[in-house]
Design a protein around this ligand. Structure first.
Ligand code: DAH
Length: 357
């Protein structure tokens, strides 16, 4: 019988391997021990080969003893592996724990004040039962002009300095106003229609402190039976009170718009001085330049030509419409003097507004 099949020799092989398993500090060290303890080139493998070479009558006894060692090592290896895995899992849980209560180290984004004021205004009208309507920024001239009673070659087309879109003659443009959403709403919806349509509009204008080639508008349209100018006035006053405080009123001054008849300029009573600065001897007011009123947009009774273009019978239905500048509204509400601040994306400007609900 070769020496390596002696029981003391097998015990020594086993004890050495068990000691090495116990000393393996981690899973990769344990895996590396496999070849030298139970693998092809291990003393155990050599012992197995030696068993094969023994005379028949000695094989069974030697084989049993070698197998006992092999089983002991297999069990010990698995036990140590499980113990090391458990240690690793426990360590990972501690080392990679995330404290979700820690405040973020980078500033979170803030919502843009134009977005928040737009939502506030829309909420006022939704509170009165109106619906939100939207239209595309890339619009066709028919919706932006023709259906709104602005004929081809009418100066109003140039007044709004349209940005036309290639190819020339396609009739495509960047909408110059939110009024085309009036047309889309009348074509898409069942009557009566009560909608507010906020959005961006575009004009071929140089940028300065009070002009921007892109700005926000909010359109309102109501078409129903028996609608009069009194409804327009009442609605605008209700809006003014909801946005700027109870008792804030509006003023309409005659004006011309092709899509309304009669048409009016829409002024809001100055929410700061409530008109007191315009009275002789009154304290000067910076918000309204002591005018007492702030111009916010236009309005009027929907021109029957617009109703007809949208397939609505002007004998049965009438309506009013208004359009106001979102940037203007935001600027005087917060004392902003340069419209560029709204578009330059500097978070030092937008952050304080972003904290608004
Ligand atoms: N679309 C007009 C503009 O951009 C504003 C306007 C005036 C809208 C009168 C209306 C309205 O709905 O009735 O200057």
């Amino acid at each position: 019988m070769p020496d390596l099949l002696d029981q003391p020799a097998l015990d020594a092989v086993r004890d050495e391997a068990l000691a090495a398993f116990a000393a393996a500090p981690d899973l990769s060290a344990l895996a590396a021990l496999k070849a030298t303890t139970v693998g092809d080139k291990s003393p155990l493998a050599r012992a197995r080969q030696a068993v094969g070479a023994l005379p028949k009558d000695q094989k069974a006894d030697a084989g049993k003893r070698v197998n006992a060692v092999a089983q002991a090592l297999g069990r010990a290896f698995d036990d140590r592996r499980q113990a090391l895995e458990a240690e690793r899992d426990a360590r990972v849980l501690v080392e990679e724990a995330v404290d979700v209560t820690v405040l973020p180290s980078r500033p979170v984004g803030a919502r843009h004040p134009l977005t928040t004021i737009q939502e506030r205004i829309v909420d006022v009208f939704v509170g009165m039962g109106w619906e939100l309507a939207e239209g595309p920024e890339l619009e066709h001239a028919w919706f932006n002009f023709d259906a709104l009673n602005v004929p081809a070659h009418h100066p109003a087309r140039e007044e709004q300095d349209t940005l036309w879109v290639d190819p020339p003659g396609s009739g495509l443009l960047l909408r110059t106003q939110t009024s085309p959403v009036q047309v889309r709403s009348l074509l898409d919806r069942e009557l009566p229609v009560y909608v507010v349509c906020p959005g961006r509009v575009f004009r071929n204008e140089a940028q300065d402190a009070t002009h921007s080639p892109v700005f926000g508008q909010l359109e309102g349209l109501c078409v129903d039976e028996g609608i009069t100018m009194a409804h327009l006035r009442g609605t605008l006053d209700a809006y003014a009170a909801a946005m700027f405080g109870e008792g804030t009123t509006t003023r309409l001054r005659p004006n011309y718009f092709p899509f309304t008849e009669p048409s009016a300029e829409l002024d809001l009573q100055c929410f700061s001085c409530r008109g007191a600065s315009a009275v002789p001897g009154g304290e000067p007011c910076r918000v309204c330049s002591s005018e007492g009123w702030i111009e916010v947009g236009g309005c009027g009774m929907v021109n029957p030509a617009v109703l007809r273009a949208c397939g609505v019978d002007p004998e049965r239905y009438s309506g009013f419409a208004f359009g106001m500048g979102l940037d203007r509204t935001l600027m005087f509400r917060h004392g902003i003097t340069d419209i560029r601040d709204l578009y330059e994306g500097d978070v030092r400007f937008t952050l304080p507004f972003g904290l608004e609900a």
